[in-house]
Design a protein around this ligand. Sequence first.
Ligand SMILES: *[C@@H]1O[C@H](CO)[C@@H](O)[C@H](O)[C@H]1NC(C)=O
Ligand SMILES: *[C@@H]1O[C@H](CO)[C@@H](O)[C@H](O)[C@H]1NC(C)=O
Ligand SMILES: *[C@@H]1O[C@H](CO)[C@@H](O)[C@H](O)[C@H]1NC(C)=O
Ligand SMILES: *[C@@H]1O[C@H](CO)[C@@H](O)[C@H](O)[C@H]1NC(C)=O
Ligand SMILES: *[C@@H]1O[C@H](CO)[C@@H](O)[C@H](O)[C@H]1NC(C)=O
Ligand SMILES: *[C@@H]1O[C@H](CO)[C@@H](O)[C@H](O)[C@H]1NC(C)=O
Ligand SMILES: *[C@@H]1O[C@H](CO)[C@@H](O)[C@H](O)[C@H]1NC(C)=O
Length: 503
Amino acid sequence: MERLLTLVTRPLSTKFLSILIISFLYTLTWPCMDAAATQELLEGFEATPNPSISSFQPLLDDSSGKFSFGFLRVNSTRLALVVLHVPSSEPLWVANATALARWSDHTKVLFNGSLVISDPLTRVFWSTETLGDKLVLLNNSNLQIQKSLDHGINDSTVLWQSFDFPKDTLVETQNFTATMSLISSNGLYSMRLGSDFIGLYAKFDSNFDQIYWKHKALQAKAQIIEGNGPIHIRVEPDGWLGMYQNGTTPVDIESFNSFQRQLDGLLMVRLESDGNLKAYYWTGSSWVLDYQAIRETCELPRPCGSYGLCTPGSGCSCLDNNTEFSSGECSGSGSYFNDLCTDPNTQNDIKVLRREGVEVPFKELMSYEATSSLEECEDSCERNCSCYGAVYNNASGFCYILDYPIQTLLGVGDDSKVGYFKMMEEARKKKVDAGLRVGIGLLGGAIACLIGAVGFGGYKIWRSRRGVNRMLEEEAGGVISGPYKDLGSASFRSIEMCSGSSR
Ligand SMILES: *[C@@H]1O[C@H](CO)[C@@H](O)[C@H](O)[C@H]1NC(C)=O
Ligand SMILES: *[C@@H]1O[C@H](CO)[C@@H](O)[C@H](O)[C@H]1NC(C)=O
Ligand SMILES: *[C@@H]1O[C@H](CO)[C@@H](O)[C@H](O)[C@H]1NC(C)=O
Ligand SMILES: *[C@@H]1O[C@H](CO)[C@@H](O)[C@H](O)[C@H]1NC(C)=O
Ligand SMILES: *[C@@H]1O[C@H](CO)[C@@H](O)[C@H](O)[C@H]1NC(C)=O
Ligand SMILES: *[C@@H]1O[C@H](CO)[C@@H](O)[C@H](O)[C@H]1NC(C)=O
Ligand SMILES: *[C@@H]1O[C@H](CO)[C@@H](O)[C@H](O)[C@H]1NC(C)=O
């Protein structure tokens, strides 16, 4: 059923074109191999990117023709190795190289027992470090390196598979274990498994991950037995995310909209760059949203950016009334990035912002201490250099400590909930003050002003270049569409992060 539908709806020209391209490629790089060999690559295979291809160059197809492994052109000059869902051009897997190779004839992908991306002039960018016989792409999009066993022709073992190294996406039948993680394309968010839960974590701070969503196993059909091994999860083709310990009876079922509706399209789960975990199914012409872990925009980890305030029903504003929310962030706010503990000299540059009617997001996952008054709560934050802010709930006496740079707070109607936030004085002001203190008079002050303004301008450019978030826009659309352009921007961002993280 499934295959029938997709085969019929899939544009024939794409298939024809890819066969043509593949055949062409083979005549260039591997003259003796026939077209059937595109279903597996053997030792000795080599390929270089074709300069005239602007998007995707297939090297290997699966038997159904739905998936293809090959080169994806990134930012026009770079190359990533990906497994693509052909009808939608959506990359499902990306090789996690520390840096991206160039789209040039120096770059080579070869299979010599290992799958290797290398540039002879510089280095090996990425290698599976295996000793296999062949590379195959299974009909569930899993790319495998297999080794034949001596006894029996069809007997082979799997040395490496792309399913064990997901990036931000899982597809149906793919196992996700406690040793893996999904990382969003911007590198900010990750998904990992705990002993009995799925957790989503945000990297607000270089040395610390804050959990912002936690789904614990219900254990309705089977119990998690302590000491009986870690749990794993799998996207099930009939519309749910199953959590398992041992055996095939799930310890938890997180159902999607398509739960047991026998839909034919491929299902995938992706950790998005706004921190949400979403499932989509392929209808034959578009990806339709099937599930989202976080339903309310304000419950996302940072929907309004740093020093933002998200109020259910009315959207984003800024914690600081003197700044305006525009293009996804509170740009005028003096930020507070540096950890005071490592740079005590910044102590004098800190000012305090107070705001009533705010609450910490995902507060059931946040740490707090009980204090008897607002003053006591603020005091404990003020004295502690690793505290960036605190939110006091007068009714419960809970003092929530923010031990990471201030992100988006939740706006509530209740004024007895009060926030205390540390902020940096703006660079401009500091420089003016400094100039006056030195006492070089009006001229000196003016020069300092100028320097300050230039510095502040540069700072603003730097801020806007960081491209913090387009989350609310992304949140708005339930359907993501196919063409290269769209998937491009997402995957390009991810790829930039990869190269960035190699520092
Ligand atoms: C495969 O090629 C890479 C890059 O040239 C090389 O580093 C590696 O040693 C080769 N592996 C084998 C098994 O020949
Ligand atoms: C994938 O291939 C396996 C055999 O390798 C087959 O049993 C299965 O039906 C195929 N699935 C699809 C979706 O083509
Ligand atoms: C990619 O590789 C880096 C190290 O090179 C690692 O820190 C990171 O976790 C990897 N990402 C994934 C999704 O496995
Ligand atoms: C996923 O895990 C199950 C049970 O552990 C196993 O039977 C199955 O082969 C695995 N699937 C893949 C694609 O590795
Ligand atoms: C900012 O404006 C809000 C709403 O107008 C008000 O409730 C709040 O007290 C103001 N905060 C400051 C620090 O002025
Ligand atoms: C400071 O805050 C951090 C983070 O909340 C906490 O772990 C630490 O114990 C605090 N230190 C003191 C001296 O209170
Ligand atoms: C906070 O609570 C105390 C007693 O619990 C009460 O007297 C006080 O009015 C409350 N303050 C606010 C702002 O609600």
